[in-house]
Design a protein around this ligand. Structure first.
Ligand code: GTP
Ligand code: MG
Length: 322
């Protein structure tokens, strides 16, 4: 494995109500990046993440599992957490050590009781959050309804980054409002084709793109000035504004996924690389010891240990984070 400096390591936790698809997404992120040659499944009890016997017996994650993947020039450390209330301790400790939380919402069930319980911890620790609407291939997937529920529950920080073109069993295309591109996936998922936004989607895409630009601009005075000057922001400026918004808990970007069909996770990992804050970018104001323990490669060790265990299926190490 390559050596990564602190800016090129992203620590994310996958959270969400039971059965929203966290373990399937973790498997997909590893597969998509070529860390594993074949995807296991929860049904076949052979995912990298759910390796304990009790998890096989129950068909649920029970423990928080640390994994890692590499996407482009970044290392993404992943903690896959359980969704059931009984295991909330695992979830809370994982949120505490992550830099970005990826909250999965089921494309039909939307915001569930489990989502609300888990959100209390994200809110308490004020963690930058991505909302990932998963299972868009579900026969009853309803993106619009889930988005409305999310807006009601998470508030105005909900920021649409992507929307599905054809949700349901035929799901294979996403419109990305940062790139203003349509991604169309091959039948088996994987690398999407990049296409122009179709004529019939242009009005909707333009409208939501403008909202995205405003959302990115409003978190930073310099960007706001630029926006007034130019009437728009370029991709890099958008990324910068979204990053600031995520760090202030003013932006929760919404992504589209079908983890089971290997659709959408690559683009989301690209966003984690380029926009989600790394540990060194996060403000440490609230910690009295922060000045004593700066997060730089030359500083003395100072870390949180969230899971002192060893995963025999991926030979990973304890989860330590400064
Ligand atoms: N159709 C469809 N099914 C999915 C998708 N992602 C996950 N599933 C299925 O949803 C079920 C739950 O998936 P998991 O990955 O175990 O969900 P989880 O959030 O890890 O569940 P817990 O660990 O119990 O909280 C399994 O049957 C998966 O095959 C998806 O994108 N589309
Ligand atoms: Mg799971």
């Amino acid at each position: 494995m390559k050596t990564y400096d602190e800016k090129h390591i992203k620590n994310v936790v996958l959270i969400g109500a039971a059965k929203s698809g966290k373990t399937t997404l973790a498997e997909d992120m590893l597969f998509e990046a070529g860390i594993i040659p074949k995807r296991g499944s929860v049904e076949e009890r052979n995912t990298i993440s759910d390796y304990h016997e009790v998890e096989h017996a129950r068909g649920n994650s029970v423990y928080a599992t640390t994994l890692h993947t590499e996407w482009r020039d970044y290392k993404i450390n992943i903690i896959d957490t359980p969704g059931l209330e009984d295991f909330m301790g695992e979830v809370a400790s994982s949120i505490r050590v992550c830099d970005t939380a990826v909250m999965l919402l089921h494309a039909y069930n939307g915001v569930e009781v489990g989502t609300e319980q888990i959100w209390d911890y994200v809110d308490r620790y004020n963690k930058p959050t991505i909302l990932a609407i998963n299972q868009l291939d579900h026969e009853n997937a309803n993106y619009q309804q889930v988005l409305e529920q999310a807006r009601r529950f998470f508030g105005p920080a909900v920021t649409v980054m992507q929307y599905p073109v054809n949700q349901g069993p035929g799901f294979n295309a996403i419109i990305d409002l940062l790139k203003m591109t349509m991604y169309r996936f091959p039948a088996g998922g994987g690398k999407p084709e990049k296409l122009p936004i179709p004529e019939e989607e242009k009005t909707q895409a333009d409208e939501w793109h403008n909202t995205l630009v405003e959302k990115a601009a409003e978190n930073d005075d310099a960007l706001m000035e630029l926006y007034f000057e130019k009437g728009s922001l370029d991709e890099d400026e958008l990324r910068q504004g979204l990053k600031i918004g995520m760090m202030k808990h003013q932006v929760f970007p919404v992504f589209c996924l079908s983890a089971l069909r290997n659709m959408g996770s690559g683009r989301m990992m690209g966003f984690i690389d380029n926009v989600a804050p790394s540990a060194v970018e996060m403000p440490r104001k609230s910690r009295k010891t922060a000045a004593k323990y700066p997060t730089t490669p030359l500083a003395p060790p100072a870390c949180s240990c969230s899971r002192p265990s060893w995963n025999p299926t991926s030979a990973n190490s304890p989860s330590l984070k400064s």
